[in-house]
Design a protein around this ligand. Sequence first.
Ligand code: AMP
Length: 405
Amino acid sequence: MKVLVLNCGSSSIRYKLFDMPEGQASTGGLLERIGESSSVLRHTSAGREVRREGRVPDHKEGLSWVVRALMDPEHGAIREPSEIDAVGHRVVHGGVRFTGSVLVTPEVLEAIREFSTLAPLHNPPNLIGIEAAGDLLPHAPQVAVFDTAFHGTMPRYAYLYAIPYEYYEKYHIRRYGFHGTSHRYVTLRAAQILGRPLEELRLITCHLGNGCSMAAVKGGRSVDTSMGFTPLEGLVMGTRSGDVDPAIIPFLGRREGLSADEVEKVLNRRSGLLGLSGISNDMREVERAAEGGDERAKLALEVFAYRVKKYIGAYIAVLGGLDALVFTAGIGENSYRMRERICEGLEVFGIALDHRRNRRTVGRREEDISREGSPVRVLVVPTDEELLIAEDTFDIVTKEGGWKG
Ligand code: AMP
């Protein structure tokens, strides 16, 4: 079965075509700047990138570019659109309703539309992508895979904020958590790497990329996560502050003459590594500056690592112990220095790095970087959300989508 995985952003479409159930991705790419005067498609096939530029006014036209690239006699993988058997979509917010992936039906579409109030930047483009795929590939069943779904197993005491309960009832204000597909993927891989049943494992998964979040995973189920009502809560990120005292918001509003929306922008776009260092939101640049002696860059790294460390302590308490700590995403997979900073001083919890192994683990490579004999395994597991979306799509379409093969 050929499964097209789509991740539609407000002005972009990321795509990958998988052969399932083998899980092989033959081609993929990224179309950016949809709706602008000139859009760019970067299509990769057999390790080679081809580039195409032109005007793409909307996602429907964008998707037809993608399908044409997939049908290219030289760089494509199919001869006609009908060869795409199913489409899997990354959808950011599944609200209180979706705790797993689902076949897209008119009712599901309506629910995703309803949850746009909770994710106004993300759900609308996800919806447009589903509608465009429905128009262009009407024969192909579609599956929605939600970023929030994996955290749907959090207990009430973990997801409720201590604000008047009526706001939870009226507006569904609660913690949802995000990056769920990534946390689920590394959870499944960690159990395989450790060769132990998922049901008996207590894991802390750290997705440290431009956006950062952690999850406490007990027996394969997320029981807590650091992002909340929106992806702003929790860890220090590239440009996001993570946890702050909410009283800072009106304070800054008064002192700087900013509206609540403007302060929210400051917390989302001008904070985190960028705000602290004044240099960049990119970990590589902040690390380079810190090595060159820049004090603010050093401070940014310290605050970043300290916040992760605090959550590790909290989640060990939540889980009642720990079997493995898992690092993933751009920083988690590549920055041995940050992994070192985070794990420093955690021997008391049984977390100890094999420094040689840690230092040579960069790039997309799975590795156990813990010291021989230490009680907690520390793993680096490159995330692969697209593969998990393709797997969910394959499973659901073969079971419920009427696929004849
Ligand atoms: P992601 O959002 O998963 O693509 O991750 C992006 C983040 O990973 C950025 O902060 C990058 O600076 C960081 N990153 C990527 N490669 C490295 C590296 N070799 N060393 C340190 N940070 C890295």
